[in-house]
Design a protein around this ligand. Structure first.
Ligand SMILES: [Zn+2]
Length: 119
């Protein structure tokens, strides 16, 4: 598909060049404005194909991995929700931009988990 578009663009430029050369007077036939216009149209068309090819968004997959280096031990054992005292497991913990956050599955409260100090 892309190769075909490049080929079409190249054909436009090639034909455009032929028409451009042919528009100039050579031997018996005089200068031809019609051929010059055709050449210009072909050049513009070829240019548009190139532009269209390059303007299409390139889909890039970016995978962001969050690794958390916690020097202190994380308090993960026996976590309970501060609002409803429901037991929180590791499935309720998400690592995001701001650090570790805990979401209570019972009442929906969210907490930012704090790192236990080293000392
Ligand atoms: Zn809760």
């Amino acid at each position: 598909m892309k190769a075909l578009a490049y080929l079409a663009s190249a054909a436009c430029f090639g034909l455009g060049l032929l028409f451009l050369i042919d528009s100039f007077p050579s031997g018996p036939h005089p200068f031809s404005l019609g051929r010059l216009i055709v050449a210009a149209v072909l050049f513009v068309l070829g240019w548009f194909i190139i532009r269209w090819l390059h303007s299409r968004p390139i889909i890039q997959q970016v995978e962001i991995k969050h690794t958390l280096d916690a020097p202190g031990e994380l308090k993960l054992q026996e976590m309970r929700c501060r609002q409803c005292a429901g037991t929180l497991g590791k499935d309720n913990i998400t690592v995001g931009e701001g650090g570790i956050s805990v979401k209570c599955p019972y009442c929906g409260s969210t907490y930012q988990m704090e790192e236990a100090p080293k000392w």
